[in-house]
Design a protein around this ligand. Structure first.
Ligand code: COA
Length: 156
């Protein structure tokens, strides 16, 4: 299973429409592309798996800088992962796991805000709930994963 960084072009943007979590992020990429603000085939924050020519799984990954880190000890750069989605026909065949394993290979801590009914999946992937902090988490439901040597932020 080959996870690759997605290039922004008409084909990719068209394939994105098949995913449920399609919204402002995709629309603004489409606009930037149409207005020549970004070039055809520029790199996106999206990674995915192709089956032939079809994109069947995708996720967004963004590196958050250490100075904004409110989750880990010591404070450090970490990855925010969102919009992980496997198309319905392909679920339950380890594609979701392949995507998360790919993100883990950067050897940075990862934070995500899972959908309500995917907790079982994230637990299997070794993600855990950080100790709730009202100011930081508010209505969110963050889950985190840490590579060896990294700890959750201590109480201050
Ligand atoms: C959540 C999602 C990304 C998982 O991807 P996937 O490719 O289907 O999952 P995988 O095949 O890689 O599963 C890896 C492991 O997690 C388990 N798992 C997957 N989804 C799960 C879930 N919703 N609850 C509990 N365990 C789950 C699998 O059984 C598998 O366990 P195993 O290694 O012991 O066999 C994918 O199902 C998806 O995009 N769902 C979107 C909608 C959603 O969140 N649905 C939740 C269920 S309806």
């Amino acid at each position: 299973m080959n996870v690759e960084r997605l290039l922004i072009n008409y084909k990719t943007l068209e394939q994105f429409k098949r995913f449920k979590e399609y919204g402002n992020q995709e629309l603004s990429m489409l606009e930037d592309f149409q207005n020549n603000i970004i070039e055809n085939d520029s790199e996106s924050p999206f990674y995915g798996i192709y089956m032939g020519h079809n994109l069947i799984a995708r996720m967004s990954l963004y590196k958050v800088k250490a100075k904004y880190d409110a989750f880990f000890h010591p404070p450090q750069d970490y990855l925010e992962l969102w919009k992980l989605e496997v198309l319905p026909d392909y679920r339950g065949r380890d594609y979701g796991k392949a995507m998360v394993d790919f993100a883990k290979r950067f050897q940075m801590p990862i934070k995500t805000n899972p959908r309500i009914n995917s907790h079982g999946f994230w637990e299997k992937m070794g993600f855990q709930k950080p100790k709730y902090e009202m100011e930081r988490d508010l209505g969110g439901n963050p889950l985190i994963w840490m590579p060896e040597g990294v700890q959750e932020k201590q109480d201050t």
